[in-house]
Design a protein around this ligand. Structure first.
Ligand code: C2E
Ligand code: MG
Ligand code: MG
Length: 679
């Protein structure tokens, strides 16, 4: 400022022109007399442009008229007004100013002038808004935020902090963040953390803290330093998120990689891992290791028949029972499906594995309670022992699997691996692979075995028996491939093919003038639960033109008596078509008697096992007699199967059995032999 300025008026003028605030002076009518430089800078108007005009030229239109009414009312009443007001610059831009209006009065107290002093607060407003926005974000974010001073004293925390830690702001402010520390990290951890903050200005990582409740939880924490314009640290800001859930899902992923979710048993991966460990250990201490391969008998059937819910329950119950059969140091694993493995990591001799197998069979001897029904489940176990049956993981597993296949042939038993088993397993796998193509390649044939009327000694009917003409193995017995077809579900299309072939063949024979005979076709339990079976049979009968009276279906007793109602419904529908139904292998099932009472059938077939030795075993004879008597009492016909000798035939003749079937008269024969026999 000029040092020459001496008089007050000049001084005021200089101040008037140089202050940062815009100043406008009006007369008492409100006409502008003078404005300063800051006014021009803010509004864009030169003094000459506004002199004599009303300050209302600056109005933005953003304020309601009532705003101005109140403003002037305040000026008149109190002599002053101040507040925020939106005005418009010459260039049209709207800006926010902080305006003070004052009245200037003369000695008599009369208003002579008005003075408006204002400052452009657009920038300040922006900063304020930003701060407001920040605090809104901080208040609402799900990340916990702590702001401390340079000494680490907590100045401020946000609601998410309270939510996560359980501490209210007033419980945290004034304390140190160490109030949250758990004992999970040593001092080193914190030293390293603060060294990084000093050196790099920030740190982030996983840290275990303790909630007010005492619970320790993992969080992802980042700490940043806040500096002023001069680069001095003013605050630290810690931001963290609770990662308990993420941690849990990480743990879950780890679990998934090593365990079977359904049974919570180790999976294949973990089993292999444990087995290789056990083999290393056994090698060192010269002990033996046993690998047991376990497969549930008829699991697929239960799964298909009763649904996956029941199947899953069964697998869980099996897992629980298996675990009780072994020591803690042993491993029970589920490889998938109904395949379980047991690793006995430290045995003295192979016999120890047999003991565990016995224990497992004992555990299976009580029925499984699934979905309010009781199921008797059996299992087949194959065992291989290190080092005798293999020294590496793959061989031991493969050989236990082969032994299991052999055990399965018998069912409900265990088998130790023997070198010949390898061949049998390869054959079974070969069979399974080629069974899929057998139907389309036309490898199936039907053989027919006559059934003879006891009184007339004449052929009265025949049983159709399936044969598979395998390109490499030759004729394969149905006892070998029917269970396989049931397991794989192939039994349904194969079964349909048999019924169709038999109906067409029978019709052809009748057309050729042969004596009309009823032909019986075996049905697998799997086919009986198919609700489309009756309509399939009806269609086949229609297409072949065969009189339904010449078709019989043989059903067997399933492993359980569930599904009785729907089975009875199906049987009734089949019988309504005019087709007869017989019970095959009678006497071998679980509860033949109640079965018989409930099932609407026409004929019983006494199982071959009672016919065998009937002459020498009085018990078998008694059973056979009882069956015949009972059947007749229920108005059913009876046929004995597997009659091989004259004596056996005589027994059935003497005991009023209606018919017999067996090698004594005829073996099952292909079509051309049947034709020779019948003509
Ligand atoms: P199954 O229905 O009880 O058939 C009788 C079995 O006993 C037949 O064996 C037959 O060849 C045999 N057999 C007949 N007479 C004698 C005899 O005097 N002595 C001896 N030792 N055996 C005799 P196969 O043909 O091997 O059939 C075995 C089983 O395979 C059948 O038992 C039946 O359960 C099943 N099976 C056969 N064909 C079919 C079919 O088309 N569908 C279904 N689902 N199962 C079939
Ligand atoms: Mg049969
Ligand atoms: Mg039979």
């Amino acid at each position: 400022m000029d040092a020459m300025i001496l008089n007050r008026a000049d001084l005021y003028l200089t101040v008037f022109q140089n202050v940062q605030e815009g100043i406008v002076i009006t007369d008492k009518q409100g006409s502008i007399l003078s404005v300063n430089r800051a006014f021009t800078l803010t509004t864009g108007y030169q003094e000459e442009e506004v002199r004599g005009k009303s300050p209302s030229i600056l109005q933005s239109g953003k304020q309601e008229p009532s705003f101005y009414v109140e403003m002037w009312a305040s000026v008149y009443e109190k002599g002053t007004w101040q507040g925020e007001i939106w005005n418009r610059r010459k260039n049209g831009e709207i800006y926010l100013e902080w305006l003070m209006i004052d009245t200037v009065r003369n000695e008599r107290g009369e208003i002579t002038h008005y003075v408006g002093i204002f400052s452009d607060i657009t920038d300040r407003k922006r900063t304020e808004e930003k701060l407001h926005l920040y605090s809104r974000i901080f208040e609402n974010t799900s990340e916990g935020i702590i702001i401390t001073d340079t000494k680490g004293t907590i100045l401020w925390v946000n609601p998410a902090f309270t939510l996560t830690t359980g501490y209210l702001p007033e419980e945290a402010i004034g304390r140190k963040p160490s109030m949250l520390s758990s004992t999970q990290h040593g001092t080193e951890f914190y030293i390293e953390m603060w060294t990084t903050i000093y050196e790099k200005g920030s740190w982030q990582g996983e840290i275990w803290n303790r909630r007010k409740s005492g619970e320790v939880y993992p969080e992802w924490l980042s700490i940043n330093t806040v500096r002023d314009e001069n680069g001095n640290i003013t605050n630290y800001v810690g931001m963290f998120s609770d990662i308990t859930e993420r941690k849990k899902s990480e743990e879950h992923l780890k679990f998934l990689a090593h365990y079977d979710v359904l049974t919570e048993l180790p999976n294949r991966f973990l089993f292999h891992d444990r087995l290789s460990q056990a083999l290393l250990q056994a090698q060192r201490v010269g002990r033996q290791v046993a690998v047991m391969f376990l497969d549930l008998d008829r699991f697929k059937w239960i799964n298909d028949t009763y649904g996956h819910g029941v199947g899953d329950q069964l697998l869980q119950s099996v897992a629980a029972r298996l675990k009780k059969c072994v020591r803690k140091s042993d491993t029970v694993a589920r490889l998938g499906g109904d395949e379980f493995t047991v690793l006995l990591s430290n045995i003295l001799e192979a016999k120890d594995a047999a003991k565990v197998a016995e224990k497992i069979f004992h555990a299976f001897s009580t029925p499984f309670q699934l979905d309010e029904q009781e199921f008797f489940i059996t299992t087949s176990i194959g065992i291989s022992v290190y080092p005798e049956d293999g020294v590496d993981l793959e061989t031991l597993i493969k050989n236990a699997d082969a032994a299991m296949y052999c055990a399965k042939e018998i069912g409900n038993t265990y088998q130790f691996f023997e070198p010949e088993m390898k061949k049998a397993t390869t054959e079974k796998i070969l069979l399974e692979n080629s069974l899929h193509k057998a139907l389309e390649r036309g490898e199936f044939m039907v053989y027919y075995q006559p059934q003879i009327d006891v009184h007339s000694r004449k052929i009265m009917s025949m049983e159709a028996l399936l044969r598979w003409n395998h390109p490499e193995l030759g004729i394969v017995s149905p006892t070998q491939f029917i269970p396989l077809a049931e397991e794989t579900g192939l039994i349904v299309p194969i079964g349909e093919w048999i019924i169709e072939t038999v109906c067409r063949q029978n019709k052809a024979w009748q057309s050729q003038g042969f004596q009309p005979l009823k032909i019986a076709v075996n049905l697998s339990p799997r086919q009986l639960i198919d609700k489309f079976l009756p309509s399939t049979i009806a269609r086949i009968l229609r297409h072949s033109g065969l009189d339904p009276a010449y078709l019989e279906l043989e059903i067997t007793e399933g492993i359980s008596l569930n599904h009785i109602d729907s089975n009875i419904k199906t049987i009734n529908e089949i019988r309504k078509l005019g087709v007869t139904v017989s019970i095959d292998d009678f006497g071998t099932g679980y509860s033949s008697l109640s079965y018989l009472k409930k099932y609407p059938v026409d004929r019983l077939k006494i199982d071959r096992s009672f016919v065998k030795d009937i002459i020498h075993d009085p018990r078998n004879a008694a059973i056979a007699r009882a069956i015949i008597e009972m059947a007749h009492g229920l108005n059913l016909k009876v046929i004995a199967e597997g009659v091989e000798t004259e004596e056996e035939l005589k027994f059935f003749v003497d005991n009023q059995c209606d018919a017999v079937q067996g090698y004594f008269f005829c073996k099952p024969m292909p079509v051309y032999e049947v034709e020779k026999k019948l003509s």
